[in-house]
Ligand binder design. Sequence first.
Ligand SMILES: *Cc1c(COP(=O)(O)O)cnc(C)c1O
Length: 358
Amino acid sequence: MAAVTLWLDRARWREHLDTVARSAPGLVPVAKGNGYGFGLPRLAAETAALGLGTMAVGTPAEVAAVRPDFDGDVVVLQPYDPDDELAVRMGRDPGVISTVSRLGDLARLAATGGEPRPRVLVEVITSMRRHGLRPERLDVVGEHREAVRFEGWTIHLPLLDEGRYAEAERLSRAALAAAPGPLWLSHLPPDETVGLARQLGGAGGSPVPVRLRMGTGLWLGHPGSRHTTASVLDVHSIRRGERAGYRQRRAPADGWIVVVAGGTAHGIGLEAPTPAASWRQRAISMATGSLEAAGLALSPYTIAGKKRWFVEPPHMQSSLVFLPASVSPPPIGSEVPVELRLTTATVDRLIEATPSAQ
Ligand SMILES: *Cc1c(COP(=O)(O)O)cnc(C)c1O
């Protein structure tokens, strides 16, 4: 089959998910976009299997993608937009929690009125400067207590660890001073989140309620539980100087053109290829006759133990890779390892398998 395949060792993956779920206080799995390579329905099913009652999606449209597999509460992370019809409809769904990040939007959501009241998280702006209310405006929540069901505060921290805890503490204190409610945090390590909850609870008091949101660290945090491969679609011999590909580039040496599954449709080859960083480096490459100097880019495909060069930038669903004559080409129909960034990749299929000793 012509495919890019994600092989998942489900037992090891599940063990990792369980470990994270046990250590992260009030874990809220995040499933958005391409579903971290696994797809949104799969992540919804895993969240249900973990026995968790809440998960988060990115957009209002993504709620429908997780619903068939998950019947708990779904948080929409993208700020509530009162001009988006779907967001408004989702805002009134009793199983959906909207994130409100602008003062005016909170008033408009509150004005949609009626029972059950819309459930909201109110976002506090952080040093990310992405979305949220400024700490001095958080008391506005009190004005809408009758019209909305306030589910807590959301604080989305940057990935940097420098100063992160101090910022989480400062913003949490400001939020709790404005209104009590659970703190929904991202990108704070589980142990620091537990520490923060205790610290904010005060000596002798009980920890304040916290919910830790996690996507990458949860779904992709155990690289050993998966690998990705691409099928070999075709192999052709080529002589140095002969042309190949859409762009009719010349082969840098005698060898093979290996046609492999995977292209821009899978998210392969979308990152800027790594050309020589400077003209000086380029001159050095030229002098040493490297393929980089010939304008080739290193591909994410490994054949016979080495990453191989693209013959040309990948096309939609397949890629041309050059293999020197000294290497015997892989058989057509076999699988070769391909390195994928799963937050941007789309695979054709996911196969659950325990990897054989490799
Ligand atoms: C995407 C997102 C997350 C998850 O981020 P990861 O880095 O994948 O863990 C958490 N919180 C918010 C608000 C997000 O938008």
